[in-house]
Design a protein around this ligand. Structure first.
Ligand SMILES: [Zn+2]
Length: 245
């Protein structure tokens, strides 16, 4: 397990995308019931219609099943984080919102389902990777890998894991190498931070290298969508700088 990945979840917390999200939230004042065409929001990707990313999203199925656990605080703060985009790209993924999943029926039924081999994508000294998983897990015909991905700031993710006894008890899976985030916005996160959508993409890649997935480059859509999101934010920042804001 690469120690560099310890703060991998922080990319979402590095506030790079919050400014745009904040901007969009402010601009989309639903309470007034008046939305200009420019300000209207796409109800699929939850972005301003002019920045809608739906055309770039090419949903694909993975053999492993992803369950994204979004911290409730994060869900309130950012409607348009990369977790929601990842969910739109993955046909067989689901996104659940909460702070403590200990008694969450859906989570518990998935964990107890004998057809799954559950893991939480989280670094730790005992975390395995697709390189070290072993043939029992990789070649099992009875059990599908079930991967819980915690989305949220590093502090929120840690708290969520601390509270959710069922998730905390799961074996951890992490990456076999370190990655550099493609986040290149104003407040640059540390190089080893990766966002939720990037984390899923890299895990797909490592799963493919291990022969578990056969995605034939379909997971590239995760990065295409992510890069478009980043570009939109860069353009927004540039516009803001020009306006002197
Ligand atoms: Zn859209």
């Amino acid at each position: 397990m690469p120690p560099e990945w310890v703060s991998a979840m922080r990319a979402e917390s590095c506030s790079c995308n919050f400014q745009v999200n904040g901007f969009m939230v402010k601009k989309t004042d639903l309470s007034k019931g008046v939305q200009s065409e420019n300000r209207a929001e796409c109800y699929v990707c939850r972005r301003a219609k002019k920045n809608c990313l739906c055309d770039s999203i090419k949903p694909f199925s993975t053999k492993m099943r992803f369950v994204i656990l979004m911290h409730a605080k994060e869900a309130r703060r950012q409607k348009t984080g990369t977790a929601r985009l990842a969910k739109l790209c993955l046909k067989n993924a689901e996104l659940l919102i909460g702070t403590d999943f200990t008694r969450n029926e859906r989570v518990n039924s998935l964990i107890q389902d004998p057809s799954y081999n559950p893991f939480v994508l989280y670094p730790g000294p005992k975390a395995v990777s697709f390189k070290t998983l072993g043939d029992d897990a990789l070649k099992s015909e009875e059990k599908t890998l079930l991967i819980f991905v915690i989305d949220g700031t590093w502090a929120c993710a840690k708290r969520l894991l601390g509270k959710s006894q069922n998730i905390r008890a799961l074996p951890r899976i992490s990456f076999s190498r370190s990655y550099i985030s493609q986040f290149t916005i104003k407040k640059q996160p540390k190089e080893h931070c990766v966002s939720t959508i990037e984390a899923i993409r890299y895990l797909c890649e490592e799963a493919e290298e291990a022969g578990y997935e056969k995605l034939n480059a379909q997971s590239e859509t995760l990065m295409v969508v992510f890069k478009k999101m980043v570009d939109t934010q860069i353009n927004y920042q540039k516009g803001k700088a020009r306006r002197g804001g």
